[in-house]
Design a protein around this ligand. Structure first.
Ligand code: DGL
Length: 270
């Protein structure tokens, strides 16, 4: 047993979609979340900058005496994690491998779509791992730069015309290839699940990277006997900007109100 917290970080508040999955799978775990709201978005930045930001985010979390780190951010998981992961002796789990394993389990025709930020798609991390594990799989990827701002504007519910037309525009080429599995490779995209499902149809499995990484860290902590035996998990939230819109975005990404307070830190010190 290990009652230290699981550290989770993201470029902003979208990573709370992964926290939601972690809490539903492991309600007893203590969680400390860092959202780099002062420097979001990462998904349109260079790999050098993303690497530097990720290293600072990890250094901050390490100060908080945690037992493992979950990289909820798709962009950090794909662009920076493969390069910096071995610099640390704490277990660090990103979203790529768990999502790829779920996708390969779900697919029947081995045609897998990937949607994510421009930086993630340019990294080819998902395709590379899919082909390493399953050389005859076919992958079709698409950067969807407008999804994040549209979702953050609250436009993700069924019936929203802007969200529906963007989904159609971005996903038409993947639908034409008859993918049967789609990796939602960005923190925000699970909010579009209904609209994407309506467009692609029930036959296409959608892989929620937050759910996949939650299952993966649960497996890892179980195997290493590092699960927590608290009754109620404590959840702490840190941001690099003021928490002005925290409650609004937190309830959007977690699907419920958050009562805990939030602290601001200076990430440039790390
Ligand atoms: N959290 C980012 C990701 O999952 C999306 C927002 C951003 O571009 O920073 O890739």
């Amino acid at each position: 047993m290990d009652n230290r917290a699981i550290g989770v970080f993201d470029s902003g508040l979208g990573g709370l979609t992964a926290v939601k999955e972690l809490i539903s799978l492991m309600p007893k775990e203590n969680i400390v979340y860092f959202g780099d709201t002062g420097r979001v978005p990462y998904g349109t930045r260079s790999s050098e900058t993303i690497k530097k930001y990720a290293a600072q985010d990890i250094r901050f979390l390490q100060e908080l005496d945690i037992k493992a780190i979950v990289v909820a951010c798709g962009t950090v998981s794909t662009v920076a994690l493969p390069l910096i992961k071995n610099n640390y002796d704490i277990p660090i789990v990103g979203v790529v491998e768990p999502s790829v394993r779920c996708a390969l389990k779900a697919t029947r025709n081995k045609k897998i779509g990937i949607i994510a930020t421009p930086a993630t798609i340019a990294s080819h991390s998902y395709e590379d791992l899919i082909h390493d594990i399953c050389p005859d799989a076919q992958t079709f990827s698409k950067a969807c730069p407008l999804f994040v701002p549209v979702i953050e504007d609250g436009r993700f519910n069924r019936g929203d015309k802007i969200a529906a037309s963007l989904v159609e525009e971005y996903l038409a080429p993947l639908k034409a290839q008859e993918i049967d599995t789609l990796i939602l490779g960005c923190t925000h995209y699970p909010l579009l699940t209904e609209i994407i499902s309506d467009y692609l149809g029930d036959g296409v499995s959608l892989i929620n990277s937050g759910r996949a990484v939650a299952e993966s860290i649960h497996g890892l902590l179980t195997e290493k006997e590092l699960l927590c035996d608290n009754n109620d998990g404590l959840h702490r939230y840190y941001l690099s900007d003021s928490g002005l819109n925290f409650k609004k975005f937190a309830s959007m990404f977690m699907g419920r109100e958050i009562s805990e307070s939030v602290k601001q830190i200076d990430i440039e010190r790390y």
